[in-house]
Write a protein that binds this ligand. Sequence first.
Ligand code: 13P
Ligand code: SF4
Length: 353
Amino acid sequence: MNQHTMTSVYDQLLVREHLAKATPAGTLSEADEQRLKERVKQLLVEQEAVIVAHYYTSPVIQALAEETGGFIGDSLEMARFGARHPARTLVVAGVRFMGETAKILSPEKRVLMPTLEATCSLDLGCPPDEFATFCDQHPEHTVVVYANTSAAVKARADWVVTSSIAQQVVKHLHDQGKKILWAPDKHLGDYISRTTGAEMLLWDGACIVHEEFKAKGILDLKKIHPTAAVLAHPESPASVVEVADVVGSTSQLLKSAGELPNETFIVATDRGIFYKMQQENPGKHFLEAPTAGEGATCRSCAHCPWMGMNSLERMIASLESGSDEIQVSPELIDKALVPLTRMLNFPKDSSAA
Ligand code: 13P
Ligand code: SF4
């Protein structure tokens, strides 16, 4: 397996600068929270809008999505929900690539986000021009990109995949004898390559949240909770994935928390998911996988700083003023729609590029 090293996410000052500029969501009194929630509800009705939220957003945003007939899900399910829902406006509470995916799939809809500042280290670490050069250097490869990328990177791809479907798509391509170029998450790419046997050229990107989980910390925690099952998102390093009982997308981890007989779980993904895990499994105990220990920097501490920017105040501001609307050019929409549609139609229509 080769690894492309033109861009290292950690070397990118861009990521650090972006985080330094980012304003985190504040804390509110109960009365203020209630008042803001009521205002969002009113605006949603007035503007025929619906909230499409990711599991990593704050419990208050997830609860509001539930109360207003909106949706909470993983990135693939969010894309599917947004495309089939009749609302004129989608309020995507998550990160920018999720808003862009919604816009590409429903160009006729207005797609608002609480803040366009909310991005993703994987997206930041894969600039479209550098990525295009990488693809040009390997024309014989089928280009598979993770959904956590810009519309421009998707437009250069043959396939877009999310973590819930990546393995099946790559296995399908590998079975057809295709050589694969993968971007941007090296840990997810490495995991898929190991589990499918596919030879993959990997872009050197990583998620700053999942990269912080430590296998040693998880094993130490298991000594205290020997019957706990370990759930890990595949954006985590190989050493963490190796000690996990279940590896999967956010929705797959949530499902396992309900299906497994264990009473305690050590969870290696963003702690935002605890809202749904606890709600669906009130008798079970969920523990954050440790991020501390040797080599720890804890830039994220199990919570995505960009997901954390989604606040009620920002949602109101966006709905009131129409700010933070996702814009994707028609040319990019046309191009990015092709690999995205392949994913949404897989495996029904698995015609490979
Ligand atoms: P899912 O597709 O599993 O929701 O993951 C998205 C993501 O950004 C994980 O960090
Ligand atoms: Fe991106 Fe990681 Fe945040 Fe997911 S958790 S949006 S991969 S930075």
